[in-house]
Design a protein around this ligand. Structure first.
Ligand code: PGA
Length: 253
């Protein structure tokens, strides 16, 4: 199964524009080998899930770890589930970097999302120490996996429920002067992720889907998918461009 996960970040500027964007996606049916997940800002989720009438799954870009209580400004996994949201992006490099989100916080969120029987997408490879393109991605992804999945046992998730995204911050399309990771570097990081998952979960570990995020577009997905056992992409900028996103769908379906 391939995954194409659209991460809209704080775009577009209104839920109406979000609906317009979705209407241009031109996704009429579900694909056997491709799962499409769209992750709009929180405030558009209810409006879009009710009005878009589309045949893909919905995700959120973050959530809190408690299911309720005195946590001003936060949104719980169960509140998202109530809207029909299935996926939650957690530990995105922009949150690790701009909001100083720690592995311990991310770990609590991962466990809360699994407890809610939803699908967490754990992003690794980000954070302040990863901003330099010469940083050691393999060490960083290994450490973030071990900490992010602390106390998550194999029996806590089913096949395909947990997704890992390799997300080097310097490759994001919003970073000026960015370049997408080279397929070789992504291959090395995916190898390190698979090894670490194998060490944590035995023979089931390497079956956990691994996707890549960082300036993925219709021009580079084929190169990435060919060599390194990737199961899809977390797509920011290109998901706001419907013809580009459609090309990616056609390449991966
Ligand atoms: P980008 O974002 O495709 O715009 O680089 C990827 C992401 O944030 O997941």
């Amino acid at each position: 199964m391939n995954y194409l996960i659209a991460n809209w970040k704080i775009n577009p500027q209104s839920s109406r524009e979000g609906l317009e964007l979705i209407s241009k996606y031109n996704i009429e049916s579900r694909h056997k080998n491709l799962k499409i997940v769209v992750c709009p800002p929180f405030t558009y989720l209810e409006y879009l899930t009710e009005n878009s009438g589309k045949t893909f799954d919905w995700g959120a870009q973050d959530c809190f770890w408690e299911k309720g209580g005195a946590y001003t400004g936060e949104v719980s996994p169960l509140q998202l589930k109530d809207l029909g949201i299935k996926y939650v992006i957690l530990g995105h490099s922009e949150r690790r970097d701009n909001l100083e989100e720690t592995d311990e916080m991310i770990n609590k969120k991962i466990r809360a999302v699994l407890r809610a029987k939803m699908n967490p997408i754990l992003c690794v490879g980000g954070g302040k120490e990863a901003i330099d393109p010469k940083s050691d991605s393999q060490r960083i992804v290994r450490e973030q996996l071990v900490k992010g999945l602390a106390n998550v046992r194999k029996k806590d998730f089913s096949n395909g429920q947990l997704i890992i995204s390799f997300e080097p911050p310097w490759a994001l399309s919003t970073v000026s002067g960015n370049v997408s990771a080279s397929p070789k570097l992504a291959a090395e990081a995916v190898f390190a992720i698979k090894q670490e998952l194998g060490a944590m979960y035995g023979k089931d570990g390497p079956d956990i889907p691994i996707i890549y995020g960082g300036s993925a577009n219709a021009g580079n997905v084929s190169q990435f998918i060919k060599k390194q056992n990737l199961d899809g992409f977390l797509v920011g900028g290109a998901s706001l461009n419907p013809p580009e996103f459609e090309k990616m769908i056609n390449l991966l379906k």
